[in-house]
Write a protein that binds this ligand. Sequence first.
Ligand code: HMG
Length: 420
Amino acid sequence: MFEGYYKKSRSERLQILRDYAGLTDAELAILNHEGALPFETANHMVENMISTFQVPLGLGLNMVVNGKKYAVPMATEEPSVIAAMSSASKLIAQSGGLKATSSGRLMVGQMAVYGVLNFERAKQTIIEHQTFLLDVANAAYPSLLKRGGGARELIVREVETTEEKIFVVHLHVETLEAMGANMINTMVEALCPDIERLTGGTAEMKILSNLTDQATATATCTIPTNLLFTKNRSGEEVRDRIVRAFAFSDADIYRAATHNKGIMNGIDAVLLAFGNDVRSIEASAHAFTARDGRYRPMSRWSVNARGDLVGELTLPMPVATVGGSIAISPLATLAKKIAKVENAEELAMLAVSVGLAQNLAALKALVTEGIQRGHMTLQAKSTAISAGAKGEEIERVAEKMLETGQINLSEAKKIIEEER
Ligand code: HMG
């Protein structure tokens, strides 16, 4: 039934799908609803395209990084993420905003060379021929060199499997505004014949690495305790609880995973809005976090000599403002304009700042009133809609659930039944 599906037009695909899944006209109308991304464009982006998938786009507010104010486009389906980011950013802005830095942007390409007999000699040969090899890599992607980027250095590593020792060559490339996957893959493939000739091995595997530890961004914030107090707790107590929450994540992988999920709530939302490859950013962030062999919390919270709460987050940020599908996605193009972001380095620093603010909001809520009040208050409307509430009913059902503290699907359905 689906043979040659990829060769059909979108409407032919929908006819086949209608018969296969028994879709009604109303269901087909959902698939036929065109959003900001034109069908024509989407059809060239992925295979077997039938429709586009939408998530809400909101603005994260109050963010100040290195003295610059940002309204940050965030694409997420999860309630309370944007409110939490805005709330923590407001708090951080009162203490001067976030400070962010970038390590520069070198992406990594890997070549795994098998069958090398003398590793020391092979390493020496690669080092001696580095200039020549970089020229070969650059010749494979001349437009990058013309724009001021290009291959910068070669690093040699040894990786041991249970079976053998692999001679691994890393190519570091300055990819400018692009994430650079295609550039790097082109370069490492072009380099392989020379690497094989010089080492006497076989370069079986050549591909970029998604652990971009040569392209990190760091965000820090310092918050005096007089800004941290809540109705029931002093600022000192909130500060100490946040530091203890960090220590818990540092000691326990179950908690670390959740801590880090909270950070990625913000980072993924920003980078999805910017049309970036969020899978590569997730992969990079989690691998970086476990780089010494133990999975840890991505951020760190401590107390400085003045007694202020200090937060710090360093993550690899292989972000891009061009390339991939960014230019053809109308919303991704708009995101750059709305956020007033000049380049990929600034976007990396903004994303990591959002991650740290997101983390602060979650930790503060968790160690004071608990996550349910803020998060579930905002979740209530989605729950009401899932239960079938329409129009003004949504707000009323959400409010009733909040009154009773029972925010779940069956409670929402019960309220709707009573109301109707
Ligand atoms: P609040 O104290 O009621 O907010 O917090 P506020 O009244 O102090 O408002 C401060 C600012 O926050 C506002 O400034 C807004 O910018 C923003 P203003 O405009 O008034 O000048 N704000 C909102 N923006 C949009 N819509 C709203 C809204 N409310 C405030 N409704 C809040 C309420 C939800 C922010 C707070 O309770 C909170 O931050 N909770 C944490 C929620 C959270 O972290 N959600 C993420 C999903 S949960 C999760 O998956 C991660 C987790 O598991 C991670 C982990 O375990 O570490 C928790």
